[in-house]
Design a protein around this ligand. Structure first.
Ligand SMILES: Nc1nc2c(c(=O)[nH]1)N[C@H]1C(S)=C(S)[C@@H](COP(=O)(O)OP(=O)(O)OC[C@H]3O[C@@H](n4cnc5c(=O)[nH]c(N)nc54)[C@H](O)[C@@H]3O)O[C@H]1N2
Ligand SMILES: Nc1nc2c(c(=O)[nH]1)N[C@H]1C(S)=C(S)[C@@H](COP(=O)(O)OP(=O)(O)OC[C@H]3O[C@@H](n4cnc5c(=O)[nH]c(N)nc54)[C@H](O)[C@@H]3O)O[C@H]1N2
Ligand code: SF4
Ligand SMILES: [Mo]
Length: 741
């Protein structure tokens, strides 16, 4: 018997904690937290419920171990085992045929959250000729990256420095539930030493409960709050005069723009007392330095997302917190090969570019929109990743599948995503999938989405493959590590799947490496190390440079930061205005939802994170299901009374798209606002249509929508927070018999 200890990483959340893995004859048998590798901390391990799951799930009952091919009708849930060669030969042949008939644009892809390495998929699409990669970027990550890019010239990284930072605002984010890392404990320690914690959240979240100040705006009204804070900071002369004078563009216009948005106006629109707005604005402006961090709460407000998120860049700027230690820094391009090169979007044909399903709808999130920003960042040798930031709009892609308009989308590759549960409008997603000629899903489990595939390909997970998290390649920062064991059964890495297809489809010149290890070696060569050297340390993070905006390149005389058209932080955005967008951020009233409780209508927020689950994942874990057995909708007591429901009741939540059931729990939210969990399905239940393992019974995305006409006009953000829904008491318990498809 051989026993080895291997350094490897957990991948049950984005932290990729390092473990010493005991491997017996190629099988993972024990895990010990590795104190020598980032981001080790005993409290992280103590708090985390997931890491032990690696030991069972690596060969868990529900894992997919062999390539599976559909037999019978789509949706029958019937699959047979095939060899990799059979699967890849057939998929590549069908993809080539479809391209012949409809052009490369007929292939779309769907990705999920940041739990996988997506550039191999994107490289494959670039060479195949498809611009139609889609994901959830428009409501996760992209708003922040885009708004920072147009305002400051490049994404900023908010940096809480326990020794320097004097105040922290968390806006629409709930790290007490969503962030397993050290971050939340650090914040609490800082709070004990007197650093005020301000939370802006439409619920009394776990994070908000710990706050020194909690502002609870009605969903979607946040932009009124940000503008009122600017109003106070400018009126009371609390802004950073030197930074504003030397490094900001458009301050006088901003002053005029925010004059109307007084705290009293904001109180009327948001429900937050004017005095609280004043207090928080003063605390933030007087703290030097201060951090303002935002999350999904504000990324998912549809038309109100970009103005709100851009306000954050402006608030940081006028308080002098940009490119300052303890506030935020302007990230650097990576030393290792950045995502933008790995994905090879420069190989996409003109014809492919011109066919993207967002053109004419989201001028910023598109190839031309990207090019305009890139023209500025290129002066400093920086390039944002293209694929995420130009990704096609899921509303348009699923419409094209259903209607064939503007052209047929006949093939879909789903990688590390479960769109039937996590994308907007589950029924539309299913209708689209039903029209496909070919759907391939790369998965660990037979998710509701995988149940509708033509092929389900078994993917190697944590400890079976190397991992490397690089933040989309917008920063000089990577963490991760090596595999501990060879993939079990016949699983392969996502990379190897695309490599296998590429080799069968004439893309060999773009794929010099047969394995992900080799590809990572090549990627780190630019940084002067091998992947194994990186993996030993678990992190690549050269020291951060601050205050770059005052530096000049000695040869060219070009400043390092703020690669905007004016070379300054653009409080007034020349670029957004040139695309027909808002020069100064302003709330979009038509997109703010209103409740009518007595008529049974509430304002719904969805998706607030919960432990121990992650999106639609880990519902197969019996221990987790005992801890958290039911999908919960949180409502305040007074609203419950008016709706005629009580704690513990099952309620029906419905709108024109459908109806789902969740169980009432009491909490603190504004009157008429309710918060429903997302991600629910029941892996133990019957797969295939119509039940799809219960995916339509409690999954809140049955009610959400992303029709392009209701999305934000620059990026295409849709609304997961702030929808109106009907609420009423349900008869009995939900069961498979109540499934509605
Ligand atoms: N209503 C509502 N909807 C939301 C949100 C919300 O707040 N409200 N949040 C949105 C956000 S921010 C996100 S990020 C998405 C998350 O949405 P998804 O990413 O679609 O959901 P997950 O359940 O995290 O993961 C999907 C699948 O990926 C598989 N998987 C994990 N790692 C890998 C891998 O390395 N390779 C492969 N091939 N498969 C892998 C898992 O088995 C899982 O089934 O949901 C979005 N949807
Ligand atoms: N346990 C767990 N952790 C996760 C995930 C998970 O699924 N489960 N998902 C991961 C992923 S993909 C992501 S993107 C991150 C997201 O992590 P976070 O950004 O922390 O996202 P949420 O937990 O959804 O927190 C959003 C908060 O915004 C509030 N909110 C809703 N609407 C509004 C509004 O209109 N205004 C304001 N001000 N607040 C509002 C909600 O009440 C909620 O508390 O978490 C990651 N971590
Ligand atoms: S914090 Fe995340 S990466 Fe670390 S052990 Fe827990 S689930 Fe795994
Ligand atoms: Mo996300």
């Amino acid at each position: 018997m051989s026993i080895e200890i291997k350094k490897s990483n957990c991948h049950y959340c984005g932290y990729l904690c390092g473990f010493n893995a005991t491997v017996e004859d190629g099988r993972l048998v024990a895990l010990d937290p590795d104190p020598d590798r980032y981001p080790y901390d005993p409290s992280v391990i103590a708090r985390c419920r997931r890491w032990r799951m690696n030991l069972t799930e690596i060969d868990g009952a529900g894992r997919i171990n062999y390539p599976l091919k559909r037999v019978g009708e789509r949706g029958s849930g019937q699959f047979e085992r095939v060899t990799w060669d059979e699967a890849l030969d057939d998929i590549s042949k069908r993809l080539l045929d479809l391209r012949e008939r409809y052009g490369g644009k007929t292939l779309a892809s769907a990705i999920g959250g940041p739990h996988a390495t997506y550039w191999p998929l994107h490289r494959f699409l670039s060479l195949y000729g498809s611009p139609n990669n889609m994901g959830i970027g428009q409501i996760c990550w992209n708003p922040r990256v885009w708004m920072d890019a147009v305002t400051c010239g490049w994404p900023t990284e908010q940096e809480v420095d326990p020794n320097l930072t004097k105040a922290v605002i968390l806006w629409g984010t709930n790290p007490a539930e969503s962030d397993n890392s050290l971050f939340w404990s650090v914040l609490k320690q800082m709070q004990e030493s007197g650093v005020p914690l301000i939370v802006v959240d439409s619920r009394l979240s776990r994070t908000a409960r710990a706050a020194d100040y909690h502002l609870m705006p009605r969903p979607g009204t946040d932009c009124y709050l940000t503008l009122a804070m600017m109003n106070v900071i400018i009126e009371e002369d609390l802004y950073d005069h030197a930074f504003v004078k030397n490094w900001c563009y458009g301050f006088d216009g901003l002053r005029a723009h925010v004059a109307a948005y007084t705290p009293e106006v904001a109180q009327r629109e948001t429900g937050v007392p004017a005095d609280d707005i004043r207090t928080v604005a003063r605390v933030f402006a007087n703290a030097e330095p201060a951090v303002l961090l935002s999350g999904r709460g504000v990324d998912q407000l549809g038309p109100n997302t970009p103005p709100t998120v851009r306000s954050f860049s402006i608030l940081r700027a006028i308080t002098g917190n940009i490119d300052k230690r303890g506030g935020c820094y302007i990230q650097d391009m990576s030393d290792f090969t950045p995502e933008v090169e790995l994905e090879m979007t420069d190989r996409l044909s003109e014809e492919g570019r011109a066919a993207q399903l967002n053109l004419g709808h989201s001028p910023l999130q598109s190839y031309p929109g990207y090019d305009g920003v890139d023209a500025e960042t290129a002066r400093l040798g920086k390039h944002l990743p293209v694929r995420y930031l130009t990704s096609a709009h899921p509303g348009l892609v699923f419409d094209a599948m259903v209607t064939g308009d503007p052209y047929p989308v006949k093939a879909l590759i789903v990688m590390a995503a479960n769109p039937i549960v996590t994308y907007a409008n589950s029924h539309k997603v299913i209708e689209g999938i039903k029209q496909l000629d070919l759907m391939v899903v790369l998965e660990y489990y037979m998710t509701p989405t995988a149940q509708l595939a033509d092929y389900v390909l078994p993917i190697a997970g944590a400890f079976e493959r190397p991992v490397c998290q690089v933040h989309g390649g917008v920063a000089n920062f990577a963490y991760g590590g090596a595999a501990a064991v060879k993939p079990y059964h016949e699983r392969k890495t996502d990379y190897e799947v695309f490599y296998g297809l590429a080799c069968r489809m004439g893309q060999q010149d773009a794929w010099p490496d047969a394995t992900l290890d080799a590809a990572y070696d090549r990627m780190f060569a630019d940084a002067g190390c091998t992947f194994n050297q990186f993996a030993e340390a678990g992190i690549y993070a050269p020291p951060v440079r601050y205050h770059k905006h005052v530096d000049r390149d000695p040869e060219t005389g070009i400043g390092y930061a703020f690669s905007t058209p004016t070379g300054k932080v653009e409080l007034k955005s020349t670029y957004l205005a040139s695309l027909g967008g808002q020069a100064y951020p302003a709330p979009v009233d038509e997109a703010i939802a209103h409740a009518d409780v007595d008529a049974g209508r509430a304002v719904l927020i969805t998706g607030a994170r919960k432990q121990p689950y992650w999106a639609s994942s880990y519902f197969q874990n019996p221990e987790f299901r005992t801890l958290h057995p039911e999908p919960l909708v949180t409502i305040n007591e007074a609203t419950c009374r008016r709706l005629g429901v009580a704690e513990g009741d099952w309620v029906e939540l419905s709108n024109e798209r459908g109806c789902v059931r969740q169980k009432v729990t009491l909490g603190t939210l504004p009157d008429g606002v309710i918060s429903a969990e997302y991600g629910w399905w029941y892996p133990e239940e019957t797969p295939g249509l119509p039940h799809l393992s219960g995916a339509l019974r409690c999954n809140i995305n049955v009610l959400t929508a992303n029709d392009i006409e209701n999305c934000e006009p620059m990026i295409g953000s849709w609304t997961y927070n702030g929808l109106t829904v009907n609420v009423r008491r349900a008869e009995g318990e939900p069961s498979p018999e109540t499934d509605a498809y």
